[in-house]
Design a protein. Structure first.
Length: 459
């Protein structure tokens, strides 16, 4: 029932089954690079255990951060393995979340904070999928006690994030126990190990590395199995060096070139004098518009994305939107002939985005900031920097140039256990208008579709 598993899956699987079959009650951490087969390993373990203990009314329990899709996918994968092995006649699904095999059961539960799971007992195995995203208190108070009377073997699966997660803290405890008794409890297989057995996987990951960059948090955690630092700077010194270009700033568009823009809008509300004096760094938010020229690679390299060369920046402070909108429309249409413009449409930005869209049509893409959309924006920005695609114009001594680099140097990030990221400039360091405009610019590059010229070939 374990045919088709790769050597690294068998290595971890045999250690886990040995603990289950001999009632050792060990806790394991299994980290496998994304799409490396940890879920397949889990399903094969479950089938083997159910088959061995099918004559007893005992449970194994698996939990995931969410019921849909994660828990449902785990349940369905086990049912597929049962069917593939020709033993579906001994199995049934009960209440939608329990897979029965003869008398034994696999119970699939949600580990969301609001889920009601108290009362279940784990006799055979307790599994925690994507353990880096499972709340530590939820696990300690509601899941861990499920195996307290049965000396249950426990397996935590996942990929690293930071040093505060359930997965990382459990892994460090396992390492300490390994030093004491020599029993291996931690099994880690990064993308290189998977690629040894799956050549196509190597091609895929190398493509992801080219797209995201070596230092991108998602590449480091999901493929290299490395931790990321929490609440650090958004850009390292090396990344800021990568961001600095050598091309000149431009006064207007050039023929046969494509241009995009990102616009971060300031609120219209004026600060009163007392508010300005009380702020750590007095000053108002500004509306910042960043313009970039897109440079597409030769057709011989279809996988490479366009280079994004910043060629101009505009900053307006203290101006009403009614005055700004006509200026922006004229600049976008007549100075740069922008093909795609992503504009902040959050809150007070929504009416401005609507006016721009009325004037410029499908060129305008309104963008609403939420925690998830901002996280995606931040990852895109890091990927563009790490891959060398995004470049700032050479120093011209302008106020915009210096303000831009001040924000790049002071920008911070906070990584959350759900793999989401927040990025910002702390108020004590100033504003983040140029930073957000830059992130929206990269989104514009993602949304832009090159124009294709069509013609006829004379016969």
């Amino acid at each position: 029932m374990v045919h088709g598993l790769r050597p690294y899956q068998l290595e971890a699987g045999r250690a886990i089954l040995d603990s289950v079959y001999h009632r050792k009650g060990l806790t394991f951490c299994v980290e496998v690079a994304r799409q490396g087969g940890k879920n397949e390993l889990s399903a094969c373990l479950e089938l083997n255990i159910l088959a061995r203990y099918g004559g007893k009314p005992w449970n194994l329990i698996k939990c995931s951060p969410t019921f849909k899709p994660q828990t449902v996918l785990s349940r369905d994968r086990l049912r597929d393995r049962i069917r593939d092995n020709g033993v579906a006649c001994y199995s049934s699904t009960v209440d939608g979340y329990i897979v029965r095999f003869l008398k034994a059961k696999a119970v699939f539960l949600s580990a969301a904070k609001t889920s009601n799971v108290v009362g279940h007992t784990a006799h055979l195995l307790l599994e925690v999928d994507e353990a880096q995203d499972v709340d530590k208190d939820k696990y300690s108070k509601e899941f861990r006690p499920m195996g307290s009377t049965t000396n249950v073997t426990t397996v935590l699966y996942g990929t690293p994030w930071d040093d505060t997660t359930l997965l990382e803290e459990t892994k460090q405890s396992c390492y300490e126990l390994e030093k004491k008794d020599g029993i291996r409890r931690v099994f880690r297989y990064d993308w290189h190990e998977i690629a040894r057995h799956v050549p196509d996987y190597r091609k895929f990951v190398e493509g992801e590395r080219a797209r995201l960059g070596d230092h991108h948090p998602l590449f480091l955690t999901q493929y290299c199995l490395e931790l990321v630092n929490d609440a650090g700077r958004l850009f390292s010194p090396l990344q800021r060096e990568q961001l600095q270009g050598t091309h000149a700033k431009l006064p207007n568009c050039r023929p046969q070139k494509a241009y995009i823009a990102g616009i971060d809008l300031a609120g219209e509300a004026e600060q009163d004098e007392s508010g300005r004096l009380l702020s750590v760094k007095p000053g108002r938010d500004s509306t910042v518009m960043t313009i970039a020229e897109l440079d597409y690679p030769p057709r011989t390299d279809p996988n490479r994305l366009s280079d994004i060369r910043i060629v101009a920046q505009y900053c307006w402070t203290g101006q009403k939107h009614s005055v700004l909108v006509p200026q922006m429309i004229d600049t976008l249409r007549h100075v740069w002939d922008c093909d795609k413009v992503v504009v902040d449409a959050t809150g007070v930005g929504q009416p401005v985005a609507s006016f721009l869209k009325q004037a410029l049509g499908s060129r305008i893409v309104p963008f609403t900031f939420t925690s998830q959309s901002k996280s995606k924006l931040g990852y895109q920005l890091l990927a563009a920097v790490d891959s060398g695609r995004l470049k700032m114009y050479a120093s011209d001594g302008s106020a915009e140039y210096h303000a831009f680099w001040h924000e790049m140097e002071t920008a911070r990030k906070v990584n959350r256990p759900d793999s989401a990221m927040n990025f910002f400039v702390h108020p004590s360091d100033g504003h983040d208008d140029y930073l957000m405009s830059l992130a929206l610019l990269v989104e514009a590059a993602e949304r832009f579709v090159p124009r294709i010229a069509y013609g006829t070939v004379p016969l």
